[in-house]
Design a protein around this ligand. Structure first.
Ligand code: ZN
Ligand code: ZN
Length: 96
């Protein structure tokens, strides 16, 4: 049974990648922010340091292709669902 919206990811926004190794996580467009985000495959608030580093790296690859080198930040603040690890790549010039 799904515990939250991030456990039960629906494919109504573009998916960039879905990893099963070395651990499960998915990179897709966030439907509220319309920016790429990485979502851990487990319902946990805190990733291990290795998991976090891997997710940041993979999400940065996507964000670099989409926004350009140095044109985005990795935002690890979990505003809407604080108990399921996820992070957004946000363009630094998204308001301008
Ligand atoms: Zn979002
Ligand atoms: Zn969850």
């Amino acid at each position: 049974m799904a515990k939250c919206d991030l456990c039960e990811l629906k494919e109504y926004t573009p998916w960039y990648a879905s990893f099963t190794q070395p651990f499960r996580f998915t990179i897709l467009d966030c439907d509220s922010c319309d920016t790429p985000m990485a979502v851990l495959g487990d319902h946990r608030a805190g990733p291990t340091a290795e998991e976090r580093a891997f997710m940041v790296e993979a999400l940065s690859l996507i964000a670099r292709a989409k926004y350009g080198e140095g044109e985005f930040i990795i935002d690890g603040v979990m505003r809407q669902i604080p108990d399921h690890c996820h992070m957004h790549a946000r363009p630094t010039r998204w308001r301008g």
